[in-house]
Design a protein around this ligand. Structure first.
Ligand SMILES: NC(=O)c1ccc[n+]([C@@H]2O[C@H](COP(=O)([O-])OP(=O)(O)OC[C@H]3O[C@@H](n4cnc5c(N)ncnc54)[C@H](O)[C@@H]3O)[C@@H](O)[C@H]2O)c1
Length: 412
């Protein structure tokens, strides 16, 4: 069983795994480039409805791949074993269902469909076809986040009381459209290329950026949120877009302490009852200060996480805190040459953090792990479909809260 991120090995019968990529825009091309560096994989086809992107994807995939504009042709003519879906989320349900119907394993970019209902449909199809499925939430393949999840789950940080995430950029998110504004094709091409800016095709900042970070919260806390409040607006880029360029939300999670930790001594006034963790999320598009990071605050320590480095700050707790052997085991994960610099003496004094380092490529590692699972018919991928449903729902309720301006509860 491939449990973590492991090195990709040969297929059971030694033959290369045949993979097709649908959607060869920005993300699809990154995925194709990563796939082309993985042993024993053959990219048999790339597909995109937009000719310029299709051509670019095909150049990365190489001349042996077929380039088609219609997903139906891709399935019928190349019969791939695995399909990578990197199209806008509103197309994910249709494409995933088509791939699953044909017996393909699927790697689908986040978010899983346009909304919770579509994510659930995909999950039902995965169950029906007993397919190997992985959602492209690639912090799951990043050794820093894997380490952080183990540290939280083994109780090293004490009780988690809050998580703060932000993703700030100084960019309008617009892509150039290759015809003039007054050209009759402009509106359609703009909607096609700038789908992230329009409500019919986009879950906005929360879907495109927040999904990765809210996945970290769901993952490390081991539960989805109970409810959310939020506000947002088009505060700066008033350029015809429909999605907010400035969002702030607070999610409430209710965490039940694991049995093993219920007996531990708690300070007066602190009970072993289920407790609330508040997760704040914000994203801004006109100031890049702080960039993208997550802060996990526990009663014993704080983790500051980015995709390249993590920092651990100690809280002034009286008792000795040991490096958990289970968290240590996780640290031994070797992801395509990536190892963590860990020490058995991790608790630096506050203000001089212990650093967790990783070099590597999350995108490639996520695919390596997916392909290993496909070869072994192992459904326990790094991010299984049900986690994608939870993630999409988390995004969904956040957007609802900002739209209606009231607290929205997790759907029952
Ligand atoms: N994991 C990450 O870090 C990451 C980063 C960026 C985007 N994404 C995700 O990847 C997906 C694609 O985002 P992007 O930024 O590459 O968008 P993009 O617009 O650059 O690319 C999407 C491509 O899909 C094509 N397409 C649309 N409908 C299609 C269909 N029915 N069949 C075939 N092709 C179709 C478009 O023509 C376009 O070329 C989204 O789900 C997005 O959220 C993930």
């Amino acid at each position: 069983m491939a449990l973590g991120v492991t090195a990709s090995t040969g297929a059971a019968d030694g033959a290369p795994l045949t993979v097709a990529v649908i959607g060869t825009g920005a993300r699809g091309c990154e995925l194709i480039r990563a796939l082309s560096t993985i042993d024993n994989v053959r990219i048999v086809a790339v597909c995109d409805t937009y000719g310029l992107h299709r051509e670019r994807g095909w150049q990365y995939a190489g001349p042996l791949a077929k380039a088609v504009g219609d997903p139906q042709r891709l399935f019928d003519e190349t019969k791939p074993q695995a399909v990578v879906v990197a199209t806008p989320p509103v197309t994910h349900a249709e494409l995933c269902l088509a791939a699953l119907e044909r017996g393909c394993a699927v790697f689908c970019e986040k978010t899983l469909g346009a909304n919770r209902a579509e994510a659930v449909r995909i999950a039902e199809a995965v169950t029906k076809h007993q397919a190997v499925f992985q959602v492209g939430l690639q912090r799951r393949a990043n050794a820093i986040y894997r380490q952080a999840a183990a540290m939280v789950q083994t109780g090293m940080l004490g009780r988690i009381t809050a998580i703060k995430c932000q993703w700030n950029r100084h960019h309008d998110w617009r892509r150039p459209v290759p015809v003039a504004r007054n050209h009759p094709d402009f509106p359609e091409l703009d909607r096609q290329l700038n789908w992230k800016l329009y409500l019919a095709t986009s879950q906005g900042l929360l879907g495109e950026l927040g999904s990765h970070q809210l996945d970290v919260a769901n993952w490390v806390l081991g539960t989805p949120p109970k409810n959310v409040i939020g506000v947002g607006g088009i505060d700066y880029w008033n350029d015809g877009r429909e999605v907010f360029d400035n969002v702030s939300l607070i999610y409430d999670y209710v965490v039940t302490p694991p049995p093993a930790r219920r007996g531990t001594t708690l300070p007066p006034g602190v009970t072993a009852d289920p407790y609330t963790v508040r997760v704040t999320y914000s994203s801004l598009q006109n100031n890049a200060y702080e960039g993208a990071s997550e802060l996990i605050l526990g009663t014993h320590g704080t983790l500051l996480l980015t995709d390249k480095k993590g920092w651990l700050y100690r809280e002034p707790v009286p008792e000795e805190i040991a490096w958990s052997p289970r968290a240590d085991q996780q640290a031994a994960i070797v992801a395509s040459g990536k190892t963590l610099k860990l020490s058995n003496d991790p608790w630096a004094h506050r203000g001089t953090p212990f650093e967790i380092d990783a070099s590597g490529d999350d995108t490639r590692d996520a695919l390596v792990s997916f392909l290993d699972h496909v070869r072994q018919h192992d459904p326990h991928t790094l991010c299984p479909v049900n986690d994608g449903v939870l993630n999409t729902t988390t995004v969904d309720i956040g957007n609802q809260a900002m739209t209606v301006g009231t607290r929205i509860a997790w759907p029952v």
